[in-house]
Design a binder for this molecule. Structure first.
Ligand code: FAD
Ligand code: NAG
Ligand code: NAG
Ligand code: NAG
Ligand code: NAG
Ligand code: NAG
Ligand code: NAG
Ligand code: NAG
Ligand code: NAG
Ligand code: NAG
Length: 531
């Protein structure tokens, strides 16, 4: 492989690093001095992109890209500095300077990590923030796009739509997801049954490695390119950009949201949904979303309401007979459905009212309002009705919880489980996500919801995947197992999160890690350890 030489400025940093130190303030001083001496780009002086707690905007910048209030409390460890990189040389310098002075880095693109791993660490660290690197170039002739890591999925959907109404991309539902973390963790959305995951549609990538070199698919080699497509890139380097393949969508897609309470037969419908959802036409995706609502006006009595949220890559007149054939019990009617361009459907999926202008996809920096704890499970056999009824009962007990059941099958079942590090392919009926949420501060509240989440997970044990009990990397859950961020244990990883997230792909990830980052600079609580 032909690895490009390092730029002169980066070489200069390497040569100038003579002393190492471990104390916080001197590490930071050294880190700060490491930059301006050697990166001289007058248009973006490095001092304007590094913030420390002395800068008045430090806290708001830190908070702007966090999604879980559990990691915004006064006791949450804060970074020594935030580097808001504006060009690749800032990324290179951050890696080299942090490594040289014993600081860990946490890489943040959209900041949606459920356990805050992109902006919290238990050891001295700096946050490498990628949000300024957010350009998107659509190449319609080649049906590809070049997407920088700090771009959001909402921006991607918006700029695709500016060029074409018959193209889309199989990515996640929340518009503020960052391309850097979302895609490297697998990335799925409602085009999954037709086109697979985001990572199944990545054709090239630019990555800065532990030595500060910028690699592409050719220069990084197929092993590393494999690893960053679903293995979590933060174990291997910093993704600068992805080159993705655009997906074909019809000019109008159909969406629907049918709500049924338990009293209206939701339990039977959910049972039946389990039997058909993964077998439906690949153009059809129906998510099930149960949540607790008031049955009586005074809120004394609660019940479960299940939303069947659907998307069809075609028009209503083809959908209705298809549903009548495959899932007549839902009784889908033309009046339940709306046709719209694919880009509008991305807003519908995030619960915006029909007719919302697509500029909403560009809104960012929504500071977190809720504390939450999320978990995931894979289901391979239909859950018996009696267990579904118990699930409803438990949900009503805690109230502040929602679930999402996302059907697999279609394209997901056709891709081999070793094609990418993401192993959950054929044999899965659906993926469950469940999230408890709360708004009151304090440990009592937190313990109540965390405890509930864990006991709910225990309750589901008989009905979900076993040996290993699988979990989805993008639904990060430290209960699945974690190495403390200042230690590495391959045994811990292998027997817990390594297996749950990656199954038999874990060993290959360890091999790649050992080759590209043997000293384990790119490390976090659930990173891939080297041998
Ligand atoms: C509201 C909400 C909705 C969601 N919906 C979906 C969904 O529909 N489908 C789905 O698949 N997931 C979904 N997720 C999960 C989401 O995909 C993951 O949280 C994902 O990791 C977020 O990526 P990010 O860049 O926004 O987050 P970050 O917190 O910035 O990063 C997440 C992880 O990736 C690493 N990382 C970030 N950028 C880079 C980079 N440039 N190079 C290397 N490593 C990097 C971070 O260090 C961290 O380990 C959702 C999450 C939330 C909060
Ligand atoms: C942060 O503060 C330092 C001085 O403490 C200043 O030199 C620098 O320009 C500030 N950076 C930003 C991005 O405001
Ligand atoms: C922050 O400000 C204090 C007081 O002005 C100063 O002593 C310290 O060196 C500054 N720290 C950084 C990282 O600039
Ligand atoms: C945080 O987000 C708000 C709203 O988008 C924005 O006005 C503000 O400038 C952001 N703060 C920083 C430090 O970027
Ligand atoms: C688009 O495809 C053509 C033909 O394969 C190729 O020459 C060109 O470089 C591609 N453009 C990009 C930006 O990849
Ligand atoms: C449901 O009932 C609770 C009281 O249990 C009340 O606080 C809440 O506002 C009610 N919600 C709605 C949507 O009426
Ligand atoms: C559904 O199919 C049945 C029999 O196949 C037919 O009688 C009925 O009219 C169909 N309903 C709709 C809404 O298409
Ligand atoms: C789709 O988006 C456009 C552009 O913002 C908007 O004008 C239109 O009303 C939307 N249509 C639907 C059905 O949401
Ligand atoms: C949560 O569980 C822990 C350990 O099982 C227990 O000590 C604690 O009292 C529980 N807290 C709540 C609020 O239920
Ligand atoms: C590792 O971190 C823990 C806290 O998370 C701390 O107690 C311990 O001393 C640290 N060990 C080393 C070697 O830094």
């Amino acid at each position: 492989m032909n690895v490009p030489p390092l730029p002169v400025a980066i070489l200069a940093i390497l040569l100038s690093v003579v002393a190492r130190t471990t104390s916080g303030s001197s590490s930071l001083e050294n880190f700060l001095q490491c930059f301006p001496n050697h990166i001289s780009n007058p248009s973006t002086p490095i001092s304007s992109v590094i913030l420390t707690s002395n800068n008045s905007t430090f806290t708001s910048l830190l908070l702007n890209l966090t999604s879980n209030r559990r990691y915004t409390t006064p006791t949450t460890p804060k970074p020594l500095a935030i580097v808001a990189a504006q060009n690749p040389s800032h990324v290179q310098a951050t890696i080299i300077c942090a490594k040289s002075y014993g600081l860990q880095i946490r890489i943040r693109s959209g900041g949606h990590d459920y356990e805050g791993l992109s902006y919290v660490s238990q050891v001295l660290f700096v946050v490498l923030d990628m949000f300024n690197l957010n350009s998107i170039k659509i190449d319609l002739r080649n049906e590809t796009a070049l997407v920088q890591a700090g771009a959001t999925m909402g921006e991607l959907y918006y700029y695709i739509a500016k060029e074409s109404d018959v193209h889309g991309f199989p990515g996640g539902v929340c518009p503020t997801l960052g391309a850097g973390g979302h895609i490297s963790g697998g990335g799925y959305g409602n085009l999954m049954r037709k086109y697979g995951l985001s990572v199944d549609n990545v054709v090239d990538a630019e990555l800065v490695d532990v030595n500060g070199r910028i690699l592409n698919r050719k220069t990084m080699g197929e092993d590393l390119f494999w690893a960053i497509r679903g293995g979590g890139a933060a174990s291997f380097g910093v993704v600068l950009s992805w080159k993705i393949k655009l997906a074909s969508v019809p000019p109008q897609v159909t969406v629907f949201r049918v709500k049924k309470t338990v009293e209206q037969g939701a339990t039977d419908l959910v049972y039946k949904w389990q039997l058909v959802a993964s077998e439906l036409d690949n153009d059809l995706f129906i998510r099930v979303m149960p949540l607790v609502i008031n049955e009586t006006k005074d809120g004394q009595k609660k019940t479960i309401q299940v939303s069947f949220i659907g998307q069809f890559l075609g028009k209503i007149d083809r959908l209705i007979p298809l549903m009548n054939k495959s899932f007549p019990e839902l009784g889908l009617k033309e009046t339940d459905c709306a046709e719209m361009p694919w880009v509008n459907s991305t807003l519908f999926w995030y619960d915006y009212p029909i007719g919302t202008p697509i500029e909403e996809l560009l809104v960012k920096n929504k500071q977190p309002t809720q504390f939450f704890k999320s978990k995931s499970d894979y289901v391979k056999e239909p859950i018996p009705k009696i267990a579904i009824e118990s699930i409803w009962k438990l949900m009503i007990e805690v109230q502040d919880i929602w679930m999402q059941w996302n059907p697999y099958g279609g394209k997901m079942g056709e891709i081999s489980s070793s094609e990418t590090p993401f192993p959950h392919r054929a044999g899965n009926l659906f993926l469950i996500q469940y999230e408890t949420y709360w708004e009151k501060e304090g440990n009592d509240e937190m313990n109540r919801y965390m405890n509930f989440s864990r006991s709910f997970h225990d309750f589901l044990t008989p009905y979900v995947s076993k040996f290993p009990r699988e979990a989805f990397l993008n639904y990060r859950d430290l209960d699945v197992g974690a190495n403390p961020s200042n230690s590495t244990s391959i045994d811990v990883a292998k027997s817990s999160y390594g297996r749950a997230y990656f199954k038999d792909n874990f060993e290959r990830l360890v091999q790649v890690k050992t080759r590209v980052d043997p000293d384990n600079f790119f490390k976090h609580e659930q990173s891939i350890p080297p041998y």
